[in-house]
Design a binder for this molecule. Structure first.
Ligand SMILES: Nc1ncnc2c1ncn2[C@@H]1O[C@H](COP(=O)(O)OP(=O)(O)OP(=O)(O)O)[C@@H](O)[C@H]1O
Length: 608
């Protein structure tokens, strides 16, 4: 490294290393080389290093001589003597005495640790990964005195510059092209930090992209590691000072990089969770209708019907297998109706013993039967001004069906043991998982009541026929219960998603909810697996006779294509390369199945 021997007018002598690109000499203490010489101008000259040579230039026409001759500017060679006023400077291409480190490291370790603690504290409040990384780089520039810093992450083998900062705490534009570089490659390959003292003159690195593009003199690069793997690097440089970094500076950087690795990994995990959360929220929001989640064609048809009937007082009959959301639909109708501020009263007709059902529905007067110690109103009166939800209406005994029909026709009910009818103003939504038409045929359900309740029918498809909705609803429950139980679970494994799509879900959404809830409580990993959901291969794919398996597949496949085509039968037939009558026939069969009927086999099927 080049040096200047500085001799003052009093004969004192000292050696100064030329570590900067431009070194100023003068009387003013602000200069890089201040000299106590009253005759010397405030700044007398500059020595400029152009990457190859050192050039002296007189400042403001000051009287400068080199080797006894007056010069305005001069390319310096070994032993050249510069004189201004009473000061003499001798240029040496190499240091005469070993120089102390360019920057004293003592005390910096403490400063670095303090900065690290401050940074860690900031992490606790950090909400955004990009800002956090910028803060990390700013802290590192402060500690190491680098004037440029880059945090580069390796994602899927690709380098991406996640933070690029200069001392002014500004983002360096176009950083990717500037640093994609052999120095980084070396650090990634060796997994070891690297210091380059005088990069412009180091034959190994002087051609590297970053050194050329950023005109770097000093470079220090350390890996960010997790479980022995490099996932990024911290790259620091200075374009002004050579030999800024040495082994001791590396020692300073090492704990910082180790801690930063943890912090960055954590922050990245948090960031990905936040992003996943947000996209799930968006997905749920775009697939949500009140408390109902799902946006497949069949559910969109359900929403359309709810929209149509909600504002009226029309009776609605909701049908669907157990756990498909019939009560949620009833509540949604109520919530969107003009009765929303009134009560919503649910009665499970199948769960109440027959002897108690009448009094439960219509109330009783004191002494009406043994145990009737006080007069009580029934569910009909409780629902006055609101909506009465009659769940499992198919389980209602015939005798009571007559009374319900009368109450709905007369808009009045009479308590058990009383003979004074009371007016009630309510809307009825009934639900059933039975096929009521069959019950009528069997004589267990009254046709007149059926028509009274079934002014508009809403059918809820089973979960297995709702396509991708099963995943969206599953993720919604996962998120909900992870939050409720403070669990660290953040998603499903790909295997779990496949299993969820394959499984038949006999208990529908209630079963999905229960399985996910249990998995969230018990899971000890971030991702819930098919095993956590108790979806073992044997319950996913029961072995069927080939003909039945073919039929099942065909049914599912046509449903899927129909779903993709938003229910358009002609397009579905065209896509499947079949006659439209095949699709119509398929839908007829589904409808018959829903009613529990069996259609005669087609010619095609008979042949098969
Ligand atoms: N589309 C949906 N999105 C989110 N949650 C749903 C959806 N459908 C149903 N659920 C939830 O599934 C569970 C079962 O729903 P609900 O009780 O309404 O079903 P049901 O058809 O009335 O059942 P049952 O016939 O057994 O009375 C509830 O916890 C409900 O909140």
């Amino acid at each position: 490294m080049a040096t200047l021997i500085v001799r003052g007018p009093d004969g004192s002598e000292r050696e100064v290393a030329l570590v900067k690109r431009i070194t100023s000499v003068g009387r003013d203490p602000e200069n890089d080389v201040p000299v106590e010489d009253p005759a010397l101008p405030a700044t007398a000259l500059h020595i400029h290093f152009d990457g190859k040579d050192y050039n002296a230039a007189a400042h403001d026409r000051s009287d400068m001589t080199v080797n006894g001759k007056r010069r305005g500017a001069w390319r310096l060679g070994p032993g050249d003597r510069i004189r201004v006023a009473g000061t003499e400077l001798t240029f040496e291409a190499v240091a005469r005495t070993p120089l102390p480190s360019a920057r004293p490291i003592a005390g910096q370790r403490l400063q670095a640790l303090e900065t690290l603690v401050r940074f860690s504290e900031r992490l606790l409040g950090a909400t955004d990964l990009n800002r956090l990384l910028d803060e990390l780089m700013d802290a590192l520039l402060e500690v190491t005195h680098a004037d440029k810093g880059f945090l580069i992450l390796l994602e899927d083998g690709e380098m991406s510059v996640r933070a690029a900062r200069n001392v002014a705490r500004e983002t360096i534009e176009g950083a990717v092209e500037r640093v994609s570089d052999s120095i980084i490659r070396r650090v990634v390959e060796t997994r070891r930090a690297l210091v380059v003292a005088d990069a412009l003159h180091d034959s190994e690195w002087s051609g590297s992209t970053s050194v050329v593009n950023l005109k770097l003199c000093s470079v220090m690069c350390a890996p960010l590691m997790q479980k022995g793997e490099v996932f990024g690097v911290i790259y620091l440089g200075n374009d002004n000072v050579v030999s800024l970094f040495d082994e001791r500076a590396l020692e300073l950087l090492a704990p910082f990089a180790a801690q930063a690795s943890l912090l960055v990994q954590n922050a990245m995990l948090l960031d990905s969770l936040r992003r996943e959360n947000l996209s799930l929220k968006e997905a749920v929001a775009s697939r949500q209708y009140g408390d109902l989640i799902g946006a497949g064609a069949s559910m969109r048809e359900v929403y359309r019907r709810i929209d149509k009937v909600a504002g009226t007082d029309i009776s609605v009959l909701v049908s669907g297998e157990t756990g498909t959301g019939k009560e949620v639909v009833a509540r949604e109708i109520h919530r969107r109706s003009t009765r929303a501020t009134g009560p919503f009263v649910a009665v499970n007709c199948g769960a109440i013993p027959e002897a108690l059902l009448e009094s439960e529905l219509f109330g009783h007067v004191k002494g009406a039967f043994t145990g009737a110690v006080a007069t009580r109103i029934g569910k009909f009166q409780a629902a006055h001004g609101g909506t009465l939800f009659l769940d499992e209406i198919g389980d209602m005994p015939l005798a009571l069906q007559v009374k319900i029909l009368r109450a709905l026709q007369d808009r009045a009910v009479t308590k058990v043991g009383d003979n004074r009818p009371e007016a009630v103003d309510l809307r009825v939504v009934a639900a059933t998982n039975r096929v009521l038409e069959d019950e009528i045929r069997k004589g267990t359900f009254r046709e007149d009541l059926y028509y009274r309740l079934n002014v508009v029918a809403i059918h809820l498809p089973p979960l297995r026929d709702r396509g991708e909705d099963v995943v969206v609803i599953g993720k919604y429950f996962l998120q909900k219960y992870a939050k409720e139980f403070g669990a660290r679970v953040r998603g499903f494994t790909p295997g779990a998603l496949v299993a969820m799509r394959k499984y038949a879900w006999p208990g529908n959404i209630r079963e999905l909810e229960n399985r996910v809830k249990k998995a969230v409580v018990l899971a000890d990993r971030a991702l819930v697996s098919a095993e956590d959901l108790d979806l073992r291969p044997e319950i996913l794919e029961p072995i069927l006779p080939l003909a039945q398996a073919k039929e099942e597949f065909q049914k599912r496949y046509i449903n899927e294509v129909l779903e993709r085509n938003a229910g358009n039968r002609t397009k579905t037939a065209k896509d499947l390369g079949v006659d439209p009558r095949t699709v119509f026939r398929h839908l007829e069969k589904l409808e018959a199945e829903r009613r529990g009927q069996v259609l005669p086999p087609d010619d095609e099927e008979t042949e098969a």
